[in-house]
Design a binder for this molecule. Structure first.
Ligand SMILES: CC(C)(COP(=O)(O)OP(=O)(O)OC[C@H]1O[C@@H](n2cnc3c(N)ncnc32)[C@H](O)[C@@H]1OP(=O)(O)O)[C@@H](O)C(=O)NCCC(=O)NCCS
Length: 141
């Protein structure tokens, strides 16, 4: 069953925190997320009234970019990342969307392969020793 994906607000912050604590704990990252929540750039996936994951969309060279994607550890492998990525496609400002992940993130590479994304480049010197791998998905219609 698909999750309902809706725009998040600051009221959802408490529910988001346990989903990706390492990502939200540093104060500068938390501040950025709060600003993104206020701007309407964060979306939550809900199932049975519970928030099971979220996405954060930004802009990348005039294309929509999935800047963060996370699903609660106990709710993974249920297709929620797919629901959030499908929703991100509906928000695309062009005919393709982009995302990236560390080379070491096997789960995310598997997700992107599963949902038809294509690897389109790599950037060194962001996380030393763990390059950032970029992906694109062209949208039909
Ligand atoms: C990456 C992440 C978002 C995936 O969320 P998810 O909801 O579990 O993904 P889905 O259920 O949509 O997975 C779809 C398919 O991707 C593949 N996949 C997902 N996780 C996988 C894993 N850990 N290992 C291997 N394949 C995996 C599988 O083919 C899966 O289909 P299946 O369950 O029928 O086999 C989740 O693991 C997560 O939140 N990780 C921590 C945060 C993170 O790394 N985010 C990405 C970078 S910002």
């Amino acid at each position: 069953m698909s999750a309902l994906v809706r725009a998040a607000s600051a009221d959802d912050l408490a529910a988001l925190e346990p989903i990706l604590p390492a990502f939200l704990a540093p104060p500068h990252k938390r501040g950025r997320l709060l600003r993104a929540l206020a701007a309407g750039d964060v979306y939550v996936a809900e199932d049975g009234g519970a928030i099971v994951g979220f996405s954060w969309l930004t802009e990348f060279f005039a294309h929509t970019f999935v800047n963060a994607l996370a699903v609660a550890a106990e709710r993974r492998r249920s297709g929620y990342a797919g629901d959030l990525l499908a929703h991100a496609a509906t928000r695309a400002v062009s005919n393709r969307i982009f995302t990236s992940t560390n080379r070491s993130n096997a789960a995310m590479h598997a997700v992107l392969s599963r949902y038809g994304w294509t690897r389109c480049g790599e950037v060194d010197h962001l996380d030393p020793g763990d390059p950032e791998v970029f992906y694109v998905r062209y949208l039909s219609g």
